[in-house]
Ligand binder design. Sequence first.
Ligand SMILES: [Zn+2]
Ligand SMILES: [Zn+2]
Length: 243
Amino acid sequence: MGASSFDIFESLFDMGNMNMGGRGGMGGSRNRAVDGQDEYYNLVLTFNKAVFGVVKEIEVTRLESCDTCNGSGAKPRTKATKCNTCGGQGQVVSSARTPLGVFQQVMTCNTCGGAGETFVPCNICSGDGRVRKTKRISLKVPSGVDSGSRLRFRSEGNVGRRGGSPGDLFVMIEVIPDPVLKRDDTNILYTCKILYVDAILGTTIKVPTVDGMMDLKIPGGTQPNTTLVMAKKGVPVLNKSNM
Ligand SMILES: [Zn+2]
Ligand SMILES: [Zn+2]
């Protein structure tokens, strides 16, 4: 989403905030901070990485503070001046006389966008104070994630404007299925066929696991569709406090 559509959202929000009645100003809202928006990233993991967890370097493109103006949005070496339209209040009051009395509407000043001052915009960020940058960040993906897991990395989203808090980064996990191992929550399933005679007499077979090939002893007299358990070869329980 570009900076311009963000501005549209902001002014719509302000329209919904109109203050009816004669209470006068709502108090100065100079330099209103605007929090940054959350950012989303789709991360594809192999079956094993999802089971064991991984530290993954990713590239995210997000709004960061503009270095040229230090996030102020003002052209360097220029001074902000008090907004003429609102006299520095950031809001304008309009009165309307109706049969029910005088209504006053307090609205955000269009000229300064509520900041109370106007400035020569920075050439690099066009006055937004933020620029879109691509950055490499290192993500610690915990063990036990699965397709549909959503990880939240606080304050790794888009920076805010005028000192607003940064948004969060949400990483949506997609796991590539394994050709032979099937995931069932924290269990891993493997289906194999053995000879009839081996089922009657018992045998030992090699079974693929996330820790490599392992021996599995099949007891004599094993019936078709029997499920044998290999302890501790499943998936760690995901620590939900990270989510
Ligand atoms: Zn700038
Ligand atoms: Zn103004």
